[in-house]
Design a protein. Structure first.
Length: 268
């Protein structure tokens, strides 16, 4: 495969704005990388869609985006899309793909109680992929899971500057804590890229003795590794954010995206 042009972007893909939590640490490692951030607002929330629907929708949409923006690499900055559709995406697209999977391995390495909580979308937490991660990396430990669609909505609202209903945070945490063995959880995996946007609220609810962990820094390192030795622009250009058209959910104000180096908004 020939080396990509310096202006070939990295494409980040998510159902909404959660993937910004992966874009942030990637920007820190690759400050001049051209960025296209794609949010499927017409399909949000992914966590309440069927596996078959996502396995068809995500590769087709990514195919359109790849054709339009010609990225050097695509990042599926969404746990739900990754755990369901990653193999379909890799089969459909001829470029490097980086997925996002729940950070169960690092959680298993730091737990002292042996009880790990996984907060994700409803679709993510029921995936066999998550069973497999638990069997491979957390054997002999207890992995409790809870799906919280309310946290996705809350994270999107917070980025827009709206107030978050504390009951949404409390319900998500109670979903783990109220399970048998839930009072022994000492690490919580934030298995949705939206959820680190609510890290302060979640930390206040779980208390200081429980660690929150997500995979964003590891994904950024993976992106840097896969693009090592490639050429980049000397100066960062403003990134592009592209949103699928949604009647009830307009793209966010530019000020929400500006801190992530995004200067232009498009819709498809």
């Amino acid at each position: 495969m020939h080396a990509p042009a310096a202006d070939a972007p990295i494409l980040f893909f998510d159902s909404g704005l959660g993937g910004l939590t992966v874009l942030g640490p990637t920007r820190a490692l690759l400050p001049t990388a051209p960025i296209v951030y794609a949010a499927d607002y017409a399909g949000l929330p992914y966590g309440q869609k069927s596996e078959a629907e996502l396995a068809a929708r995500v590769p087709a949409l990514l195919g359109r985006l790849v054709e339009r923006y010609q990225p050097r690499l695509a990042v599926i900055a969404c746990n739900t899309a990754s755990t369901i559709a990653l193999s379909h995406i890799r089969a459909a697209l001829d470029l490097p793909i980086v997925g996002t999977v729940p950070a169960i391995k690092p959680a298993a390495e730091i737990t002292r109680s042996g009880v790990i909580g996984v907060l994700g979308t409803e679709a993510t937490v029921r995936q066999p992929y998550v069973d497999d991660l638990g069997a491979r990396f957390a054997a002999g430990k207890t992995v409790l899971r809870h799906g919280s669609p309310g946290l996705v909505t809350g994270a999107e609202a917070k980025l827009r500057g709206e107030k978050i209903d504390p009951a949404v945070i409390a319900r998500a945490v109670a979903g783990l804590r109220d399970q048998p063995g839930g009072d022994a959880v000492d690490v919580v995996v934030l298995a949705c890229t939206h959820f680190p946007l609510l890290a302060d609220e979640l930390q206040a609810e779980v208390g200081p003795d429980i660690r929150l962990i997500d995979g964003a820094a590891g994904i950024a390192r993976r992106i840097a590794h896969l693009t090592e030795g490639q050429s980049w622009p000397a100066v960062a250009a403003p990134g592009i954010a592209v949103f699928t058209r949604s009647n009830d959910r307009p793209p966010p104000p530019p000020g929400v995206l500006a801190p992530y180096g995004i200067g232009r908004i498009e819709t498809i």
